[in-house]
Design a protein. Structure first.
Length: 202
């Protein structure tokens, strides 16, 4: 079985509709003991899928991640959510600038930011950025997964990138894979020791 985590996607539109319906109804005071507990699904969280929703993969086949997906949002829901998201992001940026007036406006996130994030994550997982004098902490399996995600990104975006975007992605992927080869070679060599000389001989 693959160790890739499997998650169930929560349709938060249901909770939003319930909240709007409850806010529209007149509230009546309730005794302290009768107040309902906090909703278990409130706030961001990950939910493990029910076992029956993930059938076992057949031998010889790649495992698939099965998730129960809610229906896609409508164009109106997407537009409303995007507007609210942008407004919330602007308020957050205003708060940050108020605390640090010298900070300028943040640059919009681009495709280059995305691939740079993957690259930095992979390099950190392979021990880059370790303070001098400290032993690097290497998560080589995590680095492999991050590099594989870069590979998937390259595959899925093929033919849909500008020349500069494609060049940046291919360069980052090449460099990350080369670093992975160097680290795995070092890990392999650490387990190989020279044979001890025979007794009585120098």
């Amino acid at each position: 079985m693959s160790e890739t985590p499997k998650f169930e996607v929560i349709d938060r539109r249901k909770f939003k509709a319930e909240e709007e319906q409850e806010s529209a109804q007149p509230s009546t005071p309730q005794p302290e003991a009768a107040k309902p507990a906090a909703a278990p699904n409130a706030g961001p969280h990950l939910v493990e899928p029910r076992p029956e929703s993930i059938p076992d993969a057949e031998p010889g086949q790649d495992e698939e991640i099965f998730v129960e997906m809610p229906p896609p949002p409508t164009a109106e829901e997407t537009s409303e959510q995007k507007t609210a998201y942008d407004a919330s992001a602007r308020r957050l940026e205003d708060l940050v600038r108020a605390q640090n007036p010298a900070a300028g406006a943040q640059q919009p996130v681009s495709f280059e930011h995305l691939i740079q994030q993957f690259y930095v994550s992979a390099m950190m997982q392979m021990g880059a950025g370790t303070p001098e004098g400290q032993r690097p902490r290497v998560d080589i399996l995590g680095a492999r997964q991050t590099i594989d995600l870069l590979g998937i990104l390259a595959e899925k975006t093929r033919g849909n990138l500008t020349e500069m975007e494609d060049r940046a992605l291919q360069t980052v992927l090449y460099e990350a894979r080369m670093a992975f080869l160097e680290v795995t070679r070092m890990i392999t060599l650490q387990g190989v020791q020279a044979p001890a000389p025979p007794k009585g001989k120098k």
